[in-house]
Design a protein around this ligand. Structure first.
Ligand SMILES: [Zn+2]
Length: 676
C-alpha cells in the first residue's frame, strides 16, 4: 500500500506517511491537540444536532436503524465522511482505541446504508421524489468522492479493509455508470471530490480502472458547454463557468467559478498528472495557477472573492473567484473550504515540482485563511472569511457572520478544517532521491524512509511562526550522503544556516529550498534562522480596495486591527485609524491571549493626526522602486523618509488575522488606510 504519491512517477517529491510525523511542541502541536480535544467532539455534536444542516442520522435511517425522513443539505453525507477522515487522521498518530471503536461503529452503519449495487447518497436514497443522476445539485458525486477519500485515510490509519470495501463498491458502481461516458450525464459533476478520491483509491488498491475513471471525469467536465439559448444563469445545471465546465480544463486559462469546485478539480487534475505525466494537464494547471495566485487571491491565501457575480465570460456565478484584481475586503467570501482547497492544490503542485512558491501559498493559507475559520477554543467555525468587518451580520449573504457558530445552514467547513489540521503532518515534509525536504516548520519528530528505503529520522524544535529560529537534529542518518532541503519562505530575507554551530555557505535565497548536502551523523544539528521583521505590505495598484492601504505581516502571519465593541471599539474606529508608512511595531508574545499569540504593538494616527502628518510630509517623493509587479500581487512597501508624526498618535495592538472575532462582536480590517 502506498502513502500519498509515494510511488507516483511524475513527481519531484514523494509525500511521507501521516504516521511518520508527530507534532511535539509549539504551534501545530497545540492545534493538533485542539483538533483532537475540541474540534472532533464539536463537529460530532453538531452533526448529531437536529438544528444543523449536515446530519449523521441520515446514514442511520438509510441503514434501517432509525425511522425518519431525510434531513439536511444534499451534500450532508460528504461532510459526515470528512469528519470520519479527520478521526482517521488523528488515529494515525494517536492510536486512540476510542476513535477506532467510533469509526468501526459508523463504518458498519455506512456499509448497511449502501445500496446493493454500490450507490450511496442518502439524500437520494431516502427521498422518493428524487431520482439518481437527475440533477447536478444533488451532489451524489461529492458524497461518494468524500466517502472514498475518507475510506482511503481509514485504510492507511488502521490497516483495516472495512471502509475500503464500501469505497471500492461505490467506485465500481461509478465506473459502471460513467466509464461509458453517457452524453446525458456530461454535466452531472458539480463538486468533484471524486476525482482526487479515485486517484487515491488507485494508489491504495493498485486498480487502474479507478485512475482511468478519474481521467474520464476530468475530460467530461467542459465537454458540454451551455448554449446561448439555454441562458447565462445555469449555476445549478452545469455547462458554465460556475462549475468550470464552459471550457475544458486542458484548454482553460483562468481561475474561474465556484472556488471549492475549482480547487477540487485542480487537485484531481494534479493527482492525475502525477500518475500520467500528461503535458496538457500540467500546462493548464500552470496557467490556472498564475491566474489564481498572481491576480485572484487574497493576502491571506483566500481564494474566493465573490459571493455572487459574473465570470469574465459572462456566466452567472456564486461562491466564486473574481476577475483579475477584483479583491474586495468587506465582501471577500473566502469560503473556508475553498481556502483549504487552495492549500490542498498547492501542496500537490509542490510535490510535482519542488518549487517553493507553492509551499508559500500553502503556508499562507494555513496560518491565515484556514485557521481564521476556527475559534480559539476549537469549537466554533466561520464559513466566509472576509478581510474587513463593519458589524453587519448576514450581509451580503447569510454566510457572513460576526462571530463563529456551532451549527450552521451549510456545515461543510468545520470538518474540512478538522481533517486538514489532523492530517497536516503529511504536508510538513517530502522525500526525493536527493534527501528530505522540509516544507513546514514546527516542533515535530520525523521518522521516514528515502525512496531507496534508507531510514532517516530527525527532530525539529522551534517556536515558529512566533520565532524564526528552527533547530533540526538528526536522530537517524542514512548510510550515504544526502541533502536536507530547507524551505526559505519568500519573505525571509537574510536567512542564515548553521551546521553543528558553523555557518554554511548554502544559498538561503528567499522563495527557494536551501540545500545542505553531507554525510549525516546522528546528533548533527542544523540551525536555521528566518528573520521575522514586521512588514508593511502593499497590493498591486489594480486592486482597487487596497489602494492607499497596507497590510501588516510578520513571518507568514497576516495581522489585523480589531476593535471589539465591548472595549469601546466603535468610538476608536470612528475616530479613524491610519498607519504612517514608516510605522514601527514591537512583537510581544502573550501565552494566554486568544489561545496564545504574538501581537504587534505600535502607533497609528487618528484622522486629525493623519491630516497634520500628511501636510507636513507633502511633496516627499516616492522612493525609486527596485522590485516591480512582475509575478507579484503583494509586496513589501518601501517607505519614504518621512518626518515623524507630531500629533494625533494612537496606541494600537494588531492581532493575527486568524484570531479575530474571539472577543465578541467587533470591527476589523486587514488593509489599514495609510496616513497620506
Ligand atoms: Zn465549506
Amino acid at each position: 500500500m502506498d502513502c500519498h504519491a509515494a510511488s507516483s512517477p511524475h513527481v519531484k517529491l514523494r509525500g511521507v506517511e501521516l504516521a511518520d510525523v508527530k507534532w511535539t511542541e509549539g504551534f501545530w502541536a497545540e492545534k493538533f491537540d485542539l483538533c483532537r480535544r475540541e474540534m472532533l467532539p464539536s463537529v460530532e455534536a453538531a452533526l448529531l444536532d437536529a438544528r444543523n444542516s449536515e446530519q449523521l442520522i441520515n446514514l442511520k435511517i438509510a441503514a434501517g436503524l432509525e425511522q425518519d425522513g431525510y434531513r439536511g443539505t444534499d451534500w450532508s453525507d460528504g461532510d459526515c465522511y470528512k469528519w470520519i477522515e479527520a478521526m482517521a487522521n488523528v488515529y494515525a498518530i494517536t492510536k486512540d482505541t476510542e476513535l477506532d471503536r467510533k469509526m468501526d461503529g459508523w463504518i458498519g452503519i455506512i456499509a448497511k446504508a449502501q445500496a446493493p449495487d454500490g450507490y450511496l447518497s442518502t439524500n437520494i436514497q431516502l427521498d422518493p421524489k428524487k431520482k439518481r443522476w437527475e440533477k447536478v445539485q444533488h451532489h451524489a458525486l461529492y458524497n461518494m468522492g468524500h466517502l472514498i477519500t475518507s475510506a482511503c485515510a481509514h485504510k492507511r490509519a488502521t490497516g483495516k479493509n472495512s471502509f475500503l470495501n464500501v469505497a471500492r463498491k461505490a467506485a465500481d458502481y461509478l465506473h459502471g455508470v460513467f466509464a461509458p461516458r453517457p452524453p446525458a450525464l456530461a454535466r452531472m459533476d458539480f463538486n468533484p471530490s471524486q476525482m482526487m478520491a479515485l486517484v487515491d483509491l488507485y494508489r491504495v488498491t493498485g486498480e487502474r480502472k479507478y485512475l482511468a475513471l478519474a481521467d474520464i471525469f476530468i475530460t467530461m467536465r467542459g465537454s458540454a458547454p451551455a448554449t446561448v439559448e439555454e441562458g447565462r444563469d445555469r449555476r445549478h445545471i452545469g455547462g458554465t463557468d460556475q462549475t468550470q465546465d464552459r471550457v475544458p480544463l486542458r484548454k482553460e486559462t483562468q481561475a474561474v467559478g465556484h472556488a471549492v469546485t475549482a480547487t477540487y478539480l485542480w487537485c484531481g487534475a494534479a493527482d492525475l498528472y502525477m500518475e500520467t505525466g500528461e503535458r496538457a494537464l500540467w500546462a493548464a494547471l500552470d496557467r490556472i495557477w498564475r491566474s489564481a495566485a498572481l491576480r485572484r487571491s487574497y493576502i491571506t491565501g483566500g481564494a474566493c472573492a465573490q459571493p455572487t457575480g459574473q465570470s469574465t465570460r459572462g456566466d452567472e456565478v456564486h461562491e466564486a473567484f473574481g476577475a483579475d484584481y477584483q479583491l474586495p475586503n468587506r465582501t471577500a467570501y473566502n469560503e473556508t473550504c475553498a481556502n483549504i482547497g487552495n492549500a490542498m492544490w498547492n501542496w500537490r503542485m509542490l510535490q510535482i515540482t519542488g518549487d517553493a512558491r507553492y509551499a508559500d501559498v500553502m503556508e499562507t493559507v494555513l496560518y491565515n485563511s484556514a485557521l481564521s475559520a476556527v475559534s480559539a477554543d476549537g469549537r466554533n467555525f466561520f464559513y466566509a472569511n472576509p478581510l474587513a468587518w463593519d458589524g453587519r451580520s448576514g450581509w451580503p449573504t447569510k454566510h457572513y457572520t460576526e462571530t463563529r457558530w456551532f451549527v450552521h445552514t451549510c456545515y461543510c467547513c468545520p470538518p474540512q478544517v478538522a481533517r486538514t489540521i489532523a492530517g497536516l503532518g503529511r504536508w510538513a515534509y517530502g522525500v526525493s532521491p536527493e534527501g528530505v525536504w522540509v516544507h513546514l516548520y514546527g516542533g515535530n519528530a520525523l521518522r521516514t524512509k528515502l525512496p531507496d528505503a534508507s531510514p532517516v529520522a530527525l527532530t525539529q524544535e522551534t517556536n515558529y511562526p512566533w520565532d524564526g529560529r528552527v533547530r533540526i537534529t538528526v536522530t537517524q542518518a542514512p548510510a550515504r550522503p544526502c541533502a536536507l532541503k530547507l524551505r526559505i519562505p519568500a519573505w525571509a530575507e537574510r536567512a542564515t544556516l548553521k551546521v553543528n554551530g558553523k555557518t554554511v555557505a548554502a544559498s538561503a535565497r528567499p522563495g527557494a529550498y536551501a540545500t545542505v548536502r553531507r554525510h549525516w551523523s546522528v546528533g548533527d544539528v542544523v540551525e536555521l534562522d528566518l528573520p521575522l521583521e514586521v512588514r508593511l505590505m502593499e497590493a498591486h495598484p489594480s486592486v482597487e480596495d487596497c489602494r492607499h492601504r497596507v497590510a501588516v505581516m510578520r513571518g507568514p502571519v497576516v495581522y489585523c486591527f480589531e476593535a471589539p465593541k465591548e472595549q469601546d471599539g466603535e468610538r476608536i474606529w470612528n475616530a479613524g485609524v491610519f498607519l504612517p508608512e514608516n510605522a514601527q511595531f514591537r512583537a510581544r508574545h502573550d501565552k494566554t491571549f486568544l489561545g496564545g499569540v504574538t501581537v504587534l504593538a505600535g502607533e497609528a494616527l487618528t484622522s486629525e493626526g493623519r491630516d497634520r502628518f500628511a501636510r507636513e510630509n507633502a511633496g516627499v517623493p516616492a522612493p525609486q522602486r527596485t522590485v516591480g509587479w512582475t509575478n507579484a500581487l503583494y509586496r513589501k512597501l518601501t517607505p519614504r523618509p518621512l518626518k515623524p508624526p507630531t500629533t494625533g498618535a494612537l496606541d494600537i495592538t494588531l492581532i493575527p488575522y486568524f484570531a479575530w472575532a474571539n472577543r465578541g462582536p467587533s470591527l476589523m480590517e486587514v488593509w489599514i488606510p495609510l496616513a497620506r
